[in-house]
Design a protein. Structure first.
Length: 278
């Protein structure tokens, strides 16, 4: 196989870097292109139509970069755009064999073996929680489960402004944790339904009731992608394996590199691009 055929990773902001980090650690041999739509983040409070439009623009750009497989490392994009892209756009694209995967389904698949009470809590952005995507996916696989969502609109800004370790973060984290357990005290598994939230994990654990399991997406999404490539060797054969990675952003290169150092603990070179409908 000649040429570059990397795995595309897309997020509306920087949080998807936590997913990418786990994927690359587990599958270091593959090539990757990471695209962050940082100029238009956050997606969390945007409408379905806008999230779909922006996500579709990013997917098309990654296809043009040679990616036959794209992972939406963003809960909001997975909730509001994935299904339409899979069912409407891919079948009529110039290469219908390309694939776009999300991160909600792999997360949900793991919950069956984790919860004893069958009561699940979802911490996420306004867009992810209001979409009901987690509740719908959980109902398909585990109809006996009760799902409670809690929107945490301040958590992403805390992370991106590097306040996740500060005393101010405690107020907002404690407030949201208390609220979801008032809504359902039987929750025994709490899902971090936003890729930024692992950076708040120490604060979250501080206010969790005893015995509650905290579930982060990164490891299970990486394991799910590995399993997908085993099940689909025809896709694995299409992907180039040089261990290389490129980064693209719609924001300034300097700002992205600075933020990436927070999520990846290393400096990265990045290319600035513009996303359009064309």
């Amino acid at each position: 196989m000649s040429g570059k055929f990397p795995i595309g990773i897309f997020d509306s902001g920087y949080g998807g870097l936590t997913i990418f980090d786990h994927i690359r650690r587990l599958l270091p041999e593959y090539d990757y292109v990471y695209l962050g739509d940082n100029a238009r983040t956050p997606y969390g409070a945007r409408s379905f139509e806008i999230v779909y439009r922006f996500t579709r623009q990013a997917v098309i750009r990654l296809f043009r970069e040679g990616c036959p497989l794209v992972v939406l490392a963003c809960n909001t994009a997975s909730a509001k755009a994935l299904r339409t892209i899979q069912q409407t756009d891919l079948p009529v694209s110039e290469d219908p064999s390309r694939r776009v995967l999300g991160i909600i389904r792999p997360t949900v698949e793991r919950l069956g073996s984790l919860s004893r009470t069958r009561h699940i809590g979802i911490m996420g952005t306004v867009g992810t929680v209001s979409s009901g995507s987690y509740a719908m996916e959980i109902a398909k696989l585990y109809p006996d489960m009760t799902v409670t969502g809690e929107a945490c609109p301040m958590w992403v800004p805390l992370v991106e402004n590097r306040e996740h370790d500060g005393a101010g973060a405690d107020y907002f984290v404690r407030k949201n944790i208390e609220r979801i357990f008032v809504a359902d005290p039987q929750i025994d598994t709490l899902v971090l339904g936003c890729t930024h939230y692992p950076l708040l994990e120490a604060k979250i654990r501080k206010y969790l009731p005893e015995g509650v399991r905290l579930f982060s997406q990164g490891p299970c999404v990486a394991e799910s992608l590995k399993a997908y490539l085993v099940r689909h060797p025809e896709m694995s054969r299409r992907l180039s394996k040089n261990g290389e990675c490129r980064f693209m952003t719609t924001e300034s290169e300097e700002k992205f590199s600075e933020a990436a150092s927070l999520f990846l603990d290393r400096f990265v070179n990045v290319e600035r691009i513009v996303l359009t409908d064309d």
